[in-house]
Design a protein around this ligand. Structure first.
Ligand SMILES: Cc1ncc(COP(=O)(O)O)c(C=O)c1O
Length: 366
């Protein structure tokens, strides 16, 4: 019998690392980098070693305070990516079914596959505004399903999953003894308007997030998991496989960042709000892009009418020095993902160039 191949890489992440950069980069999904010079850190804040085994107490307390939970329910992680992996590693046995939304962020699929899961999918349909239909999830689970995986806000569309839908997913999971993993890295970008983590909706929910996207702090790798206390302990133990201690300067700087989050939020919110009006103007003027625009988040995922997206993206990069994410990386090859977290001037120019590239395609066809 031929064994099913387990994923050992992500084509999307390879593309993001090697081919997404451009003079006008609209392929990123986070807010522009926050500079260390603004953080107010001192040399002591990058002390190399400290008391950190299953958590660094000041960071545990800062994360717990931010998330409104007890420190027993927090597992610190190296970004949301590692957080997702650790949750899956603690829950999944080879051969378990893991039900993942489609489209989604590729490493979620790759991580489940790498861990030997039988990966199943359920659709979030463009025609239905990328909403989750709980009846479709209900039809797709079996008594082998151990984990249902979603992103909220949704990557790539930025759609918010409402509380009622989340509760229905929790109900489905509870009935079959499964959990719901909610990657909330983009929920942070709602700031004070966030409805709060799905973790608060019941013990079957496990939430992951980080300071990466909404705050421009990707290099800090300040991620976390919220889980009921027994599961949180098991997730901590997954760390045993990766070594004894984490990068302590990153832990200390994370505490500094969490203590300065109000200031960092102000900057991030201003960038996103200003850029959203630039995006709105662009989208309103284009009839060759079909878009569900929820008016929140840092990305949109329009369908491009009547042209090959791969060719468009190639020309956009080569001739117009601008990048967007080709929809094929989200299993929807007629779409592109546009990020609005960069600086306003680059976004404006990048969108103008995207418009020029779309016009060039239309003129060629007519
Ligand atoms: C849904 C989702 N989760 C996690 C990540 C990675 O987050 P982090 O940098 O915190 O690992 C991304 C990055 O694009 C993402 O889109």
């Amino acid at each position: 019998m031929v064994e099913a191949r387990r994923a050992k890489h992500s084509d999307y992440i390879e593309w993001a690392k090697t081919s997404s950069q451009a003079r006008f980069n609209l392929a990123t999904s986070g807010v522009a980098h926050y500079p260390i010079s603004e953080l107010g850190a001192t040399i002591d804040d990058i002390e190399l070693s400290g008391p950190s085994w299953y958590g660094y107490e000041p960071l545990q307390q800062a994360l717990a305070a931010k998330c409104g939970v007890s420190a027993d329910n927090v597992v610190a992680a190296t970004g949301t990516s590692m957080a997702n992996f650790m949750v899956m590693a603690a829950i999944i046995e080879p051969g378990d079914e893991v039900l993942i939304e489609c489209p989604t962020y590729d490493p979620l699929i790759a991580a489940a596959s790498f861990l030997g899961a039988d990966v199943k999918r359920f659709e979030r349909h463009f025609e239905r505004g990328f909403e989750i239909d709980p009846s479709e999830v209900e039809r797709s689970v079996t008594n082998r399903t151990r984990l249902i995986v979603i992103t909220n806000l949704h990557n790539p569309s930025s759609m918010l999953v409402d509380k009622n839908t989340l509760l229905q997913l929790g109900e489905i999971a509870r009935r079959i003894g499964a959990r719901v993993l909610v990657d909330e890295v983009y929920l942070e970008a709602l700031f004070e308007n966030s409805p709060g983590s799905a973790y608060h909706l019941g013990p079957e929910f496990v939430a992951t997030s980080s300071l990466t996207k909404a705050y421009g702090l990707s290099g800090l790798r300040c991620g976390w998991i919220l889980a009921e206390a027994d599961l949180a302990k098991r997730i901590w133990r997954v760390n045993d496989l990766f070594g004894n201690i984490p990068a302590h300067p990153a832990e200390r700087l994370s505490v500094v960042a969490l203590n300065s989050l109000e200031k960092i939020t102000l900057r991030a919110r201003t960038i996103i709000e200003n850029n959203r009006s630039v995006l709105d103007q662009f989208l309103n003027a284009r009839d060759d892009l079909d878009v569900i625009h929820p008016g929140i988040g840092t990305v949109v995922f329009p369908r491009v009418k009547g042209c090959s997206v791969d060719k468009l993206c190639e020309m956009l990069r080569e001739k117009y020095e601008t990048s967007v994410v080709p929809g094929k990386f989200f299993e929807m090859p007629d779409h592109i993902r546009i990020g609005i977290g960069g600086d306003a001037a680059s976004l404006e120019e990048g969108l103008a160039r995207l418009g020029d590239a779309l016009d060039e395609f239309r003129d060629k066809d007519s």
